[in-house]
Design a protein around this ligand. Sequence first.
Ligand SMILES: *[C@@H]1O[C@H](CO)[C@@H](O)[C@H](O)[C@H]1NC(C)=O
Ligand SMILES: *[C@@H]1O[C@H](CO)[C@@H](O)[C@H](O)[C@H]1NC(C)=O
Length: 430
Amino acid sequence: MREKLGLFICLLYLSGSCYGRFVVEKSSLHVKSPDSLKGVYESAISNFGVPQYGGRMIGTVVYPKANQKACKIFSEFDNSFKSMPGAMPTILLADRGDCFFTLKARYAQEAGAAAILIADNWIEPLLTMDTPEEEHGSAEYVQNISIPSAFIRKTLGDSIKKALSSGEMVIINLDWHESTPHPDKHVQYEFWTNSNDECGPTCDSQMEFVRNFKGVAQILERKGYTQFTPHYITWYCAEPFILSKQCRSQCINYGRYCASDPEQDFSHGNFGKDVVVQNLRQVCLFKVANESGRPWLWWDYVTDFAIRCPMKEKYNKECADRVIKSLGLNLKKIDKCMGDPNADVENPVLKAEQDAQIGKDSRGDVTILPTLVINNRQYRGKLDKGAVLKAICAGFQKTTEPAVCLSADITVNLAMRGNIEVQGQKTLNL
Ligand SMILES: *[C@@H]1O[C@H](CO)[C@@H](O)[C@H](O)[C@H]1NC(C)=O
Ligand SMILES: *[C@@H]1O[C@H](CO)[C@@H](O)[C@H](O)[C@H]1NC(C)=O
């Protein structure tokens, strides 16, 4: 459940429209059999479900006789994709079209498939499958999707169907090993987030992730395995609108740094500019904590602030300062870092955040909130503690993973999913 940044939120405002460079994150798909199709193909990781970062899954492909777009429930009676004990997992092949990708994944999962491949219905480059907008009331079931999904090109889909229709068995290996670079024994990761707590399921699931992930994030950071940096997206007000009511209530420093109004009401409640100020405080808090050698305090601050200073009540400086003091951080340094939000000057901290939004090298622009970037690649998939930990663990060079990556709860979880190799270690034979 992520918030797409609407038209108002521009990374780069060029000739009257917003521009962003989005990178489609890929995983490899090896066709093992039949011989005529053997080879490595690309597939795209979706923004939902749980990709098995660092792992692989081997399964047999099934293309249903009816309901080929997987837009309806598969009745138990004609289709069960649950694999028999000892058999390979079933990977359902479905066609794109007629309904949301997430709905197809849901029906595949409910019918027992271990993964879903969605074949494009058009010849074009790969795309990242995303969740529907929240107004479609999809939030709940999307959170429940736990199987990985991969998007494939039409040509590959057609070849698989042809092989299946001539009675051949199609076996594929979905491989996420190269989806996270793993150059050395450290992992750098970034979380692009927002201090707004009143945006419905997007904000709720973001906060839930931070709460759930805090413990493990702090262990990794304290022991020096990871280097974590939080980031905040702001947009700027286009020149002609700087004095408009919208920009005055949503921006600080004369239109330079803006965030959407939490209630979309420019006269009442919390304003977009309150969100920017709070975001700025969180960046500065991180900087000060990092300088004092305790960067992990960011996790404590963000979770405590959300509980003690919710938007509905005390989303303000007094409340924030109490939380900062309770963590033993230097308040003066934080205030100094924040500067004067009412001044007609650039704020170097927020300017650096805006610059960092623009992609470099393998990472596209950050255009979705929240976004997680691991070793300079954008993470795709559900923002869930186990799935994210797996992705971070896949970012360590082999044999350098910290103990938490080899812990029972990740391996048990993987063992239950069948034929998956983790860090080169098979948990189930073919
Ligand atoms: C999500 O999964 C839980 C547990 O399997 C189930 O009880 C619940 O009804 C599901 N929710 C939706 C919206 O599918
Ligand atoms: C945090 O501290 C480390 C080590 O001093 C430094 O390399 C890094 O750039 C700092 N990060 C930020 C965002 O200031």
